[in-house]
Design a protein around this ligand. Structure first.
Ligand SMILES: Nc1ncnc2c1ncn2[C@@H]1O[C@H](COP(=O)(O)OP(=O)(O)OP(=O)(O)O)[C@@H](O)[C@H]1O
Ligand SMILES: [Mg+2]
Length: 277
């Protein structure tokens, strides 16, 4: 805690992204001054449509942009008060920052349990601790216990998402950057997975930055949200205020005073009138 924070009683956020700019291939400017904070133990949603810059923001934090020919060209990123931009992804995992990639990447030719074990790669020979955490993952995801010897490639989309989250847990993270866990899953399964994420957040104290197109579900689980459009934060606020905001309702929740709008109507309307300039 800094002196100011001690005086004000405000706790320093665990993650702070300050005015970052990201450029791909030296010329494509994608993030234009994005700032956000994740409080320790909080769940924060990063919302926005296709191509808004959610994944880019998460990859900027976990330092995974290099392989995409992307670069943070301005701004700072701090984890627990320390700059982390020069750390490689491996060091970041050791520090407690891990990303669960969009599209639930699993090693398809490995079993569920082998996939989970790959998540413990930074932990050396801590066998007892690793065994304990494997048990913890199975307690959060009983479905994975049943499927522990199945090849991940033959499990369902929902199970693969569970494997991806479980694998991240095996690194004993302090913060998980979770990229679109709802993608391609049936609503009931989405709900199940979010319930488990919430439990992990509450019981393990893991902070979560959640990138989602599914605004409705994300704002039910997150306490605070940021809305990205074309690489800029166009709105932020606590989840409740975002959910009741007329523009959010109209553009991201598909609800307007005239009843529910179809996605196409909303799209069409958006093309005519850009909101919030
Ligand atoms: N490797 C890359 N090289 C060039 N441009 C890229 C690269 N990756 C992403 N982009 C561009 O950056 C912008 C933001 O993409 P990003 O994947 O961060 O969006 P997103 O909000 O995660 O979208 P989605 O919800 O579809 O996953 C898009 O215009 C995209 O085309
Ligand atoms: Mg994305």
């Amino acid at each position: 805690m800094t002196a100011v924070e001690q005086e004000t009683g405000a706790e320093q956020p665990i993650l702070r992204v300050n005015n970052i700019e990201v450029i791909y291939d030296h010329v494509i400017l994608v993030l234009k001054g994005v700032s956000l904070e994740v409080p320790r133990g909080g769940i924060v949603a990063l919302l926005g449509g296709n191509g808004a810059g959610k994944t880019t923001t998460l990859k900027a934090i976990s330092n995974l942009l290099k392989s995409e020919r992307g670069e943070v060209t301005k701004g700072t990123i701090e984890f627990e008060g320390n700059p982390i931009q020069s750390m490689n992804p491996h060091n970041l995992v050791e520090q407690g920052v891990i990303q669960v990639m969009e599209g639930r990447h699993c090693f398809e030719h490995l079993t569920v349990e082998e996939n989970l074990m790959t998540g413990a790669f930074t932990r050396g020979g801590d066998r007892a601790g690793i065994a304990r955490d494997l048990e913890m993952v199975y307690n959060y995801f009983p479905r994975l216990r049943d499927r522990r010897t199945s090849l991940a490639g033959y499990t369902s989309g929902g199970e693969q998402q569970m494997v991806a989250i479980g694998r991240a847990l095996m690194s004993r993270p302090k913060t998980i950057l979770l990229d679109e866990p709802s993608m391609g899953l049936a609503p009931q399964l989405v709900e199940q997975i979010f319930e488990i994420v919430k439990k992990i957040n509450e019981q393990e104290g893991v902070s979560i930055l959640l990138a989602e197109q599914n605004t409705n579900v994300a704002l039910r689980y997150a306490k605070y949200g940021y809305i990205l459009e074309s690489g800029r934060v166009v709105m932020e606020g606590d989840a409740e205020s975002l959910r009741s905001n007329e523009d959010v309702k109209e553009f991201y929740l598909g609800i307007s005073t005239g009843g529910r709008k179809s996605f196409r109507d909303v799209k069409h309307y958006r093309r005519r009138k850009r909101w919030l300039g």
